[in-house]
Design a protein around this ligand. Structure first.
Ligand code: CA
Length: 229
């Protein structure tokens, strides 16, 4: 599976619904994780944090509302977008859903196309490079659609791994990434790569970014990893 893909966790106890969602989300190019109940969802949230959770309200065991509350309560997961699915349509339930911190709310039965738009809207905010947007930081411009990279107007040539590292950095400038986090995001989860490989590609990225001069924009955070700016 190609890395750098946005990941969507589906939490839905109805098998057929889950299948339809998974099929459509994969067709959009996302990595999909399926959970059939709340406990399974909590496990995946810790092990493979997604970018978006499509979360059914009525679940066996831990309810959707409770899962949403837990996602939004914890620092390390509060930036994950949550789209609640619910058959309830009373206004009070809707408000209750939003009060728990859900980012969006969709009433069943819903149109799959509409849900895809809503997932994409969430990703535009949290994963701008992966959704083909133009990112800019300190004179460095990356076009997610054409894959062109420039620094102070001058074109740069980056290898595919360096491009993915840079887009990861540009999605959250100044955020410090550990080598393990970069491995997950850039190489993908199921591939064994030594963490020193990250250092090698960071070296190449630095070289590519300084091709036409300028300061080294990549910061080494001792004992932790790397950051842009
Ligand atoms: Ca359900």
């Amino acid at each position: 599976m190609p890395p750098n893909q946005p990941t969507v966790l589906i939490v839905e106890d109805e098998h057929a619904q889950r299948e339809i969602l998974a099929y459509n989300l994969k067709a959009e190019g996302y990595r999909v994780i399926n959970a059939a109940d709340g406990d399974e969802a909590l496990l995946y949230l810790d092990e493979q944090p997604p970018d978006v959770v499509v979360l059914d309200w009525m679940l066996p065991g831990v309810s959707g509302i409770e899962i949403c509350r837990r996602i939004k309560m914890r620092n390390q997961s509060s930036n994950i977008s949550v789209i609640m699915l619910s058959a309830r349509c009373e206004e009070s339930d809707r408000i209750h859903g939003l009060e728990t911190g859900a980012d969006d709310y969709v009433i069943k039965p819903y149109s799959v196309n509409e849900l895809m738009v809503r997932v994409r809207n969430q990703l535009r905010r949290t994963r701008p490079a992966a959704t083909g947007q133009r990112l800019e930081f300190d004179g460095i411009v990356l076009d997610g659609e054409t894959h062109r990279v420039t620094r102070n107007g001058q074109e740069l040539r980056l290898g595919p791994i360096e491009f993915r590292i840079l887009s990861t950095f540009l999605e959250k400038p100044r955020r410090v990434w550990t080598r393990e986090q970069l491995l997950d995001r850039v190489w993908g989860r199921n591939i064994y790569v030594d963490t020193r490989t990250v250092d090698v590609h960071i070296g190449r990225l630095r070289k590519a970014l300084r091709k036409h001069g300028g300061k080294d924009p990549v910061r080494t955070v001792r004992g932790t990893g790397y950051a842009l700016g």
